[in-house]
Design a protein around this ligand. Structure first.
Ligand SMILES: [Mg+2]
Length: 336
């Protein structure tokens, strides 16, 4: 039996040709996609261009043994989509840079590209360019995503005011609970465990909810929850020179996380407050706008929960149902 073909066997140009063919699909505003020295894009008249980038490094962000190339491709786009969602933008165009060992199987690249293409198609993103480079040992996948937003509708991290409510989409902590299952810290056979693992492997970027929030003009500030509620609320507070109080009994928890937490005797709030990779949206809005905002987000099938309040007083506090308060500290993900 012959061993599978690697990149070295077919050569760089063949790999590029395959990617080019796969991503030849047209998209909005693409004057020229892959195949020239640069992509040529035409932004919608009157819109601002949003730009974000995020990398996945083998051994740091993922292990080849514990993911699939397809999921890897989907995921690197999903986390970038979440950042466009957090501005209330429309995702449009992606550039992908791949650094790979030459021993990488061709199948791996094909599957990764299939995952990327699938996620791109789902969100109307055109893959318009990229780069292929040789890496000595590890795979590095770098993705730049461009989007568009209406100048008077883009939602920034700044703009929150004391007294604004703190709102969050979806449920919190599921990805962290899923990771606990994957790492063997929690049993895998429980009802809902697969759902938690799924949320860890592939987040659902809240693009549609982000658009609804932006177009409503009702939110004052927004960020996506990538490092955990405590950390990302910390960023919002810092950027606005404010503090916040979070009400423990209002945090949205899935049925699956509650079942798992009860079974292993853990407080699900640990995952909900400090677990990363939820990729939900965290936003602020004056209290009189909350009902309208919640209804608008629910209309696109996404839950929006009022979890706290922005305060003049600095610091983030967690308030328990009995009224006790404790300081809430973000466990910062340290890159270096
Ligand atoms: Mg972000």
């Amino acid at each position: 039996m012959s061993s599978p073909l690697t990149i070295a066997d077919v050569g760089e140009f063949e790999v590029i040709a395959r990617l080019k063919q796969r991503f030849a699909r047209s998209g909005v505003g693409i004057v020229r996609g892959i195949g020239d020295d640069t992509a040529v894009l035409r932004p919608s008249p009157g819109y601002l261009v949003l730009a974000t980038t995020d990398a996945a490094v083998e051994g740091v962000h993922f292990l080849r043994a514990s993911t699939t190339p397809r999921l890897l491709g989907q995921r690197v786009l999903a986390v970038n989509l979440s950042d466009i969602a957090a501005m209330g933008g429309i995702p449009r165009w992606a550039l992908v840079s791949l650094s790979l060992p030459e021993t990488t199987p061709l199948d791996f690249i094909d599957d990764l590209a299939a995952g990327l293409g699938e996620e791109a198609a789902r969100f109307g993103v055109g893959i318009v360019g990229g780069n292929l480079a040789r890496s000595p040992e590890r795979l590095v996948l770098d993705l730049t995503l461009l989007g568009e937003g209406e100048p008077d509708r883009v939602v920034y991290r700044t703009g929150a005011r004391a007294g604004d409510r703190v709102l969050v989409t979806g449920t919190l902590g599921d990805a962290a609970a899923g990771l606990a299952v994957l790492l063997g810290d929690a049993p895998s056979g429980l009802p809902g465990a697969d759902e938690l693992i799924g949320r860890q492997r592939l987040p659902t970027p809240r693009v549609e909810a982000g658009r609804v929030i932006a177009r409503s003009g009702l939110a004052t500030a927004m960020i996506d929850v990538s490092d955990g509620l405590a950390s990302d609320l910390g960023h919002l507070c810092e950027d606005n020179g404010l503090g916040a109080t979070v009400f423990a009994d209002q945090l949205p928890l899935s049925a699956a996380i509650q079942t798992l937490a009860a079974t292993v005797g853990r407080d699900p709030l640990d995952w909900a407050l400090h677990g990363g990779e939820d990729y939900e949206l965290l936003l602020t809005a004056p209290s009189e706008r909350v009902a309208q905002l919640t209804a608008a987000v629910q209309a696109v099938g996404v839950r929006l929960t009022d979890v706290g309040e922005m305060t003049e007083r600095a610091g983030i506090w967690l308030q328990r149902p009995g009224g006790q308060r404790e300081p809430l500290r973000g466990t910062l993900w340290r890159h270096f």
